[in-house]
Design a protein around this ligand. Structure first.
Ligand code: PMP
Length: 407
């Protein structure tokens, strides 16, 4: 198989529109990706034909809906080379990480214990673990990053130790693009603390192909559907079977129980134990369609396309006078974040929008990264498999025009 970007683009209706009278250039896929016809059709089919609540229903529509919903779990499990019982549906990465921080954190953390995370974490990893540490008297330790945006030399060995109970690490940083060596971090963790778990934020990893979290050395792996061509409101917490079995529930309600009485309640096995209430049925079915669609692609060819585009983007952006890239790590994916001397990112974002170009400006929910690089905000152009060189050329042209106005 090979990769034809124009053929892929034809599958994404939203890419083909004008914004402010100019053809749209969508360089904000790290915030959320566009959706292919396969996903839109799966959603429409469900709502037009198969719609019903899932589980426990004896009628035909409920059985159809349950089949489609559990079929989505099966598809996600295949995408992760995992078991279906290891796939917990959540609202997204944020909810998945809060689940682990509350349920696992509540089980294992106490005074003197340490949670290690990196300086490049998204707020959705930092804040839940900070809250868990405050609640249980544990301490947060931070792996500092270097000037290129990679974890600094020696930090992993220095900070992860026998007191470590949790290592919370982002696979691919949304603010920098840095890809962390999760496997090595997991190996170091296992060597020094036998009961520590590795909790991976995979939100920016899964849009770039199937992933095997167990082979990565993760105990838990969280991601969001909406960044990987699926609807909003659905995500996944993958947990190693043996970890999920040990983890207490977090939210109580329907579907997560085995039996309820006023004398006491017993809980369902995973994944149901962590899925209280009516789930996001249509959204999960949409995620199933997205991963099936993704698994039909040649990911080696997609990676070649995306990596060549990133290198091209770096080269083109470096031509802009006064532009400084934040995040130039050797292992990097799909994100180009930068600051330009004398130009406020919000002004830049507004002017390039008038040219039909969507980029994101701000702290990208990674305020410690902004602090590390001494900037209040950056402009971020992010790529997906449907991005093109011509779009990067349009971006650079628009930046040049904006800078001439703003300086
Ligand atoms: N982690 C990373 C690296 C992200 O990029 C994001 C989304 N910006 C999140 C976590 C949170 O994802 P969500 O808002 O979908 O829960």
């Amino acid at each position: 198989m090979s990769f034809d970007v124009e053929a892929i683009r034809r599958e994404f209706p939203a890419l083909h529109q004008e914004v402010h009278g100019r053809p749209l250039v969508y360089l904000d896929s790290a915030a959320s990706s566009m959706k292919p016809e396969a996903v839109i059709e799966a959603l429409t089919r469900f709502y037009r034909r198969d719609y019903s609540n899932v589980h426990r229903g004896v009628h035909a529509l409920s059985q159809r809906a349950t089949e489609a919903f559990e079929g989505a779990r099966k598809a996600v499990a295949a995408f992760l080379s995992a078991g279906e019982d290891e796939v917990v549906f959540t609202r997204g990465t944020t909810e998945a990480l809060n689940l682990v921080a509350q349920a696992w954190g509540g089980k294992v953390l106490g005074p003197g214990d340490e949670v290690v995370l990196s300086e490049m974490e998204h707020h959705s990893q930092i804040v839940p673990w900070q809250m868990a540490c405050e609640r249980h008297g544990a301490t947060l330790r931070v792996l500092r990053i270097d000037e290129r945006g990679a974890i600094a030399e020696g930090e992993i060995e220095r900070k992860i130790g026998p007191r470590t109970k949790v290592v919370a690490i982002v696979h691919t940083s949304n603010a920098l693009g840095t890809v962390n060596d999760v496997r090595r971090i997991a190996e170091v963790t296992r060597a020094v603390s036998k009961d520590a778990v590795v909790v991976v934020d995979g939100a920016q990893a899964t849009p770039h192909g199937p992933i095997d979290p167990r082979a990565l050395g993760a105990d838990f792996f969280a991601f969001s559907g909406h960044k990987m061509f699926a609807p909003t409101g659905i995500g996944v917490l993958w947990g190693k079977r043996e970890r999920l079995a040990e983890m207490p529930p977090w939210q109580g309600g329907g579907d997560m129980i085995r039996s309820v009485s006023f004398e006491g309640t017993t809980y369902a096995d995973p994944p149901s134990r962590f899925e209280a209430g009516t789930p996001a049925i249509g959204e999960a079915i949409g995620l199933g369609a997205a991963v099936r669609w993704m698994m039909g692609l040649d990911w080696a060819a997609v990676a070649d396309h995306e990596d060549a585009l990133l290198a091209y983007g770096h080269a083109r952006l470096s031509e802009v006078k006064g532009l400084r890239l934040t995040g130039t790590a050797e292992r990097k994916k799909a994100v180009m974040a930068f600051a330009i001397d004398g130009v406020h990112p919000h002004d830049l974002g507004t002017l390039v929008d008038l040219e039909g170009i969507a980029v994101r400006v701000g702290h990208h929910c990674a305020e410690p990264v902004m602090k590390r690089f001494g900037v209040p905000a950056t402009t971020r152009a992010s790529l997906a498999l449907y991005s093109t060189r011509a779009e990067i050329d349009r971006l650079v042209q628009a930046i040049d025009k904006a800078v001439a106005i703003l300086r």
